[in-house]
Design a binder for this molecule. Structure first.
Ligand SMILES: O=C(O)CCC(=O)C(=O)O
Length: 269
């Protein structure tokens, strides 16, 4: 397991930590092949297209290669140990695919305003499947922003508001500060990433990414996990992919439906 106590401390203090070679190069190559095959011919349910990039979420229920990636690699343990939770449940996988030379960026945002869950133990493990860095679409973080105690209003990723329309009505919270306009005031955290390196980060951490900087394609999968203190919180305009009836979720109660939120890691006694 590539995670150290120092990594866990860094996650808690900064809201994000890099984990080198969380996924072996051979598994990275397999994942890229499966993703290419899927994008060429797959059926898409939760696909969001932008001019030079796309994202797709919840592949795992229909695709065993993605379920294995989320459940049977080092990722669930990284998630559980960073969160400090006795267990980790899989929430969903999220593929982020940028075309070579594309100009799409990822605006600064937090993740938790978009999701019908709430808690401190909500984490993503974002795995770079192609190399990238701060100037070539690698993820960047406002260090420590996960501890500000804020849930900012979600930011629309599509300028024309055509595709991720579920945000309608999700106006709660104040607007995110303009991070780029006051870049000197924030401590920005980022890393040069090799294929197979991962970043574990809190759902409350403010993060974003620049465009590809004219480089090659950038492919990443972000896997979302829930820990012990996460509760179901179906606020207006949050991701509708999981139907509360199917998940037997009750507002204010922890998601404990093993089919919808499989238990993928448990701390050894
Ligand atoms: O890969 C990206 O550009 C966005 C990733 C992201 O925002 C996330 O994983 O929450």
């Amino acid at each position: 397991m590539p995670l150290t106590e120092g990594d866990i401390r860094a996650y808690r203090e900064d809201g994000a930590v890099v984990v080198r070679q969380a996924i072996a190069k051979a598994e990275v190559a397999d994942m890229l092949a499966m993703i290419d095959r899927h994008l060429e011919g797959g059926e898409h349910r939760w696909l969001v297209r932008r001019p030079s990039s796309l994202s797709e979420r919840y592949l795992w229920p229909a695709h065993d290669w993605m379920r294995q990636f989320c459940a049977e690699t080092a990722l669930p343990e990284i998630a559980g140990r960073c969160m400090g939770s006795p267990w980790a449940r899989l929430y969903f996988d999220h593929l982020f695919y940028r075309q070579a030379g594309g100009s799409d960026d990822t605006p600064w945002h937090q993740d938790w305003p978009y999701w019908p869950v709430r808690g401190r133990q909500i984490i993503s493990v974002w795995v770079a499947l192609t190399p990238c860095g701060p100037e070539s679409s690698g993820l960047q973080f406002v260090r420590g922003s996960h501890s500000w105690g804020k849930m900012y209003r979600p930011v629309q990723f599509n300028a024309d508001r055509s595709t991720d329309g579920f945000l309608a009505g999700n106006e709660a919270g104040e607007a995110l500060p303009d991070i780029d306009a006051a870049a000197d005031e924030y401590d920005i955290l980022s890393w040069d990433m090799d294929a197979g390196d991962a970043i574990a980060f809190s759902a409350a951490a403010i993060h974003g990414a620049k465009d590809n900087g004219g480089g090659g394609r950038r492919v990443a999968v972000s896997v979302r996990y829930l820990g012990q203190d996460a509760i179901w919180d179906p606020r207006a305009g949050t991701d509708p992919a999981i139907k509360p009836e199917a998940a037997t979720c009750r507002p204010g109660k922890p998601p404990a439906d093993d089919k919808t939120f499989p238990l993928v890691w448990r701390r050894a006694e």
